[in-house]
Design a protein around this ligand. Structure first.
Ligand SMILES: [Zn+2]
Length: 501
């Protein structure tokens, strides 16, 4: 969404406007716009789309691109304050995103969506199918179809291999450079100087020369995104409507906009093109999912200070006192503020007419936990899991509360079973390490920690943990053989990775 990186003034939910002038913000915006929208469908799918060539894809395999994306994602997940580590919000973005991916032409890319705490209206794609969505954008969407339209656009950047095509013959180096710059931009959220140091090396200038293509890429992503939006069953009118509002929003700072934004705006041409296509498609009314509304309410409860969030939600609730979604948001904000009594009273009101959602169940359990009753919280999670057996947040919550209630062995057993079907779930491995530590199993703890490091992209640290697990001396024969086998595997992988460099 390059051209719409800007200040957020769409309603009170959007937080504070960004600084408008100044070199820092200009550099940041410029890079943001330069990179963020850089981003397939088989050629056969294209109906009159411009042929942009396929430069670069031969240079870099999708696996190599994925690896670079994973590394950048590791940086973001573990080191960036801007990464929103919230399993419910991330889970929602992934379910919405996967619904769109399933409707897009097959690309073989393994998509992954995540949220970035940033009030600006933006979304971006990293190499390898990782798509970041700013919380400001989620809050600015007035319908779920609107939010879906932006995700559809980003997915199209990936399926069309726009990143690889933009990088051109720079291959791996260009891709790594691009990924590092995206990470630097996210870091800039907290420290503009750090981002500048990372990017003021002339690379940005080099990148800019390739941006002439971006306008075509944008149009291609709009058209493909629109088809995906329709195929996934969303209201296609959401796309031109939202993009138009975003355009109005970006005009607010046009005079300060860097050259790229002035020459590549979210143009009236693009919006007219979308409107024309939408007319040919026919439309339908599509109700928002409950999760979409609850996620918006949760983001409202999380933004600004806790007191501000409470005041904001109270004000909204005044207009709609019976709105369960706003009530959910207020309860969450009160809990965040530590106003337990008020949060409980608010939960009681919510419980009169509770929306059927795992998110509401989790909030109830969190309230019990905040009051110190971990056994009751665990029992609530366990009960809720019967109704929502696929909910990861509930499973994590249960594990955590079992540990807190002094039953880590139970938590460890459950986590080990769940991990069989989700071996790359770093949150479960992290919880397992915590459970093993709590029940005094050194080998088990290091074994689990090794997988956390592996998933953070740090194989040397993972190998070290497995060596510690081997030496811990408290593993049974079966566990010991598993540790040995895993250590051999990861050592081989580490060697291969070093040779590849
Ligand atoms: Zn774009």
């Amino acid at each position: 969404m390059a051209p719409i990186a800007g200040i957020c003034e769409l309603g009170e939910g959007c937080g504070e406007p960004r600084r408008k002038g100044g070199y820092h913000s200009t550099v940041k915006k410029q890079l943001a716009s330069l990179l963020l929208c850089a981003l397939l469908l088989p050629r056969a799918f294209a109906d009159g789309l411009p042929d942009l060539g396929d430069v670069g894809s031969a240079e870099l395999s999708p696996q190599a691109e994925r690896r670079i994306g994973e590394q950048a994602m590791g940086e973001i997940r573990w080191r960036e304050a801007a990464y929103l580590d919230d399993v419910e919000v991330e889970g929602y973005l992934n379910s919405l995103g996967q619904r769109l991916v399933a409707a897009a032409p097959a690309s073989g890319v393994d998509f992954s969506f995540f949220a970035v705490s940033d009030p600006t209206l933006n979304a971006f794609a990293l190499p390898g199918g990782f798509i970041g969505v700013h919380t400001g954008l989620v809050l600015a969407a007035s319908t779920e179809s609107e939010l879906a339209s932006v995700l559809g656009h980003e997915i199209a950047h990936v399926t069309q291999r726009h990143i690889a095509r933009m990088i051109g013959n720079q291959g791996r180096t260009g891709m790594v450079m691009l990924a590092s710059m995206i990470v630097a931009i996210l870091a800039a959220g907290s420290s503009p100087d750090a981002a500048e140091a990372a990017i003021a090396t002339g690379q940005a200038t080099a990148m800019q020369s390739q941006l002439a293509y971006t306008r075509d890429f944008e149009r291609e992503a709009d058209r493909n995104g629109l088809m995906t939006l329709q195929a996934a069953g969303f209201d296609v009118r959401g796309m031109p409507a939202f993009f138009e509002r975003l355009q109005r929003n970006s005009r607010l700072y046009e005079n300060n906009a860097p050259a790229y934004l002035r020459t590549h705006p979210l143009t009236t041409d693009r919006i007219t093109d979308m409107e024309n296509r939408v007319q040919g498609l026919g439309y339908r009314q599509v109700p928002d999912s409950l999760e979409f509304r609850l996620v918006q309410a949760k983001l409202l409860a999380l933004q600004g200070s806790a007191a501000e969030a409470v005041r904001g939600l109270e004000a909204r609730l005044k207009g709609k006192p019976d709105d369960p979604v706003l009530r959910y948001g207020l309860t969450r904000a009160l809990l965040r503020m530590g106003q337990l009594e008020q949060a409980r009273a608010s939960m009681t009101l919510l419980a009169r007419n509770p929306p059927a959602s795992a998110m509401v169940e989790a909030l109830e359990a969190e309230l019990l936990a905040a009051g110190g009753d971990h056994a009751a919280a665990a029992a609530h999670y366990r009960d809720a899991i019967k109704r929502y057996p696929l909910s990861r947040p509930l499973a994590y919550g249960l594990a955590d509360e079992l540990i807190a209630a002094g039953r880590p062995a139970e938590a460890a057993d459950m986590l080990r079973k769940d991990i069989v079907s989700a071996p790359d779930d770093y949150r479960r491995w992290g919880l397992l390490a915590k459970a093993e530590l709590a029940r005094g199993s050194r080998a088990g703890r290091h074994r689990a920690q090794a997988e956390v490091y592996r998933l953070q992209g740090s194989l040397p640290a993972a190998v070290e943990q497995l060596e510690l697990a081997q030496r811990a001396g408290d593993a049974d024969f079966y566990t010991m053989s598993a540790i040995d086998a895993r250590l051999r595997e990861l050592r081989t992988r580490l060697r291969q990775e070093r040779e590849a460099r």
